[in-house]
Design a protein around this ligand. Sequence first.
Ligand SMILES: Cc1cc2nc3c(=O)[nH]c(=O)nc-3n(C[C@H](O)[C@H](O)[C@H](O)COP(=O)(O)OP(=O)(O)OC[C@H]3O[C@@H](n4cnc5c(N)ncnc54)[C@H](O)[C@@H]3O)c2cc1C
Length: 321
Amino acid sequence: MHQPTTTITNIHKTAEEQVRNDLQIIRHKKLLSELSTWGIGGPCNYFVQLSNLTQLISAVRYCNEHSIRFIIVGKGSNCLFDDHGFDGCVILNQIRFLERVQPGVYRVGSGYAFNRLGVQCCNEGYSGLEFAAGIPGTVGGAAYMNAGANGQETADVIDSVEIVTVDGRLKTLNREELSFGYRKSPFQEMEDLAAVTAVTFRLIPSVSAKERQQTMLAKRKMSQPLAQRSAGSVFRNPLGFSAGDLIEKAGLKGFRVGGAKVSEIHANFFISSGNCTSRDMRELINLVKEKVNVKFGIQLKEEIRYVDACNSINCNIYDIP
Ligand SMILES: Cc1cc2nc3c(=O)[nH]c(=O)nc-3n(C[C@H](O)[C@H](O)[C@H](O)COP(=O)(O)OP(=O)(O)OC[C@H]3O[C@@H](n4cnc5c(N)ncnc54)[C@H](O)[C@@H]3O)c2cc1C
């Protein structure tokens, strides 16, 4: 998340929308709950939805010129937004092109659905993104999180990543310049990053890719609560352990705080139901951490990203409707 030196503290409640370079900047109306798979989150001060690079650069410049902090959101499938919303601009990324550069090499817009890409590549006979079929995020979110499953991860097949910096410059970073880890990418620490705009993947031919993908999807359907609202695994797996197993062995399946609940099907998936708040979910996460630590002496670490409403205790958040 880019945080300029000043945050918005003065909210102009009269200006509901502004238009700039065919971008509609919506004030105070957009609820983050609509942008998150958990369905949690209050209103953001500014909201903009974009579908190409020019619009993205305009949005970033607009935020910079007005000292508005901003965050890029894909499908919101790994974010816990705040009940108080976001004191800044939420940029919804819908840059969705797909280019077949050469056989097995795909250059893809960062707003493209990662699961769709995974299915397409396997259907075309290429291996490396079988796992992506079950991940309901965007290509940008997958690169940022280094999403993975079943022994595969996004970084394995990245050839290069195109980004826009906070001062609106474009850069292409080759895989050798990027150091990834388990659910870790260099983008999470990159101070001058505004957004990942495109990713080029290099895959290898395989006649069995499709079959492998179907096996992975079938396993997922059996073991994950896909019909309920979640953000996938809440915690990273500690080295040598499965976070889900630890939570289950601590007797926490079905454990609940308000509208937040540990799934009965997969203990590392936390389900939101009814009018679940971010406070319920945070409390559940903290209690589960505490109980697992007491029982096993293992400190779980979140895989999900917290998006705080503001970066100062004095910030002025638009009222929850
Ligand atoms: C049912 C379910 C199953 C899941 N299974 C898996 C799984 O098997 N493996 C796995 O790893 N994850 C899994 N997830 C979690 C999630 O889908 C992935 O982490 C996904 O990659 C997040 O993508 P997103 O577009 O939703 O990112 P968001 O949730 O929108 O954002 C996540 C973070 O990435 C940043 N970000 C997003 N897009 C960009 C961009 N273009 N440029 C810069 N930063 C960006 C955001 O600012 C935020 O910090 C699952 C989630 C669900 C709901």
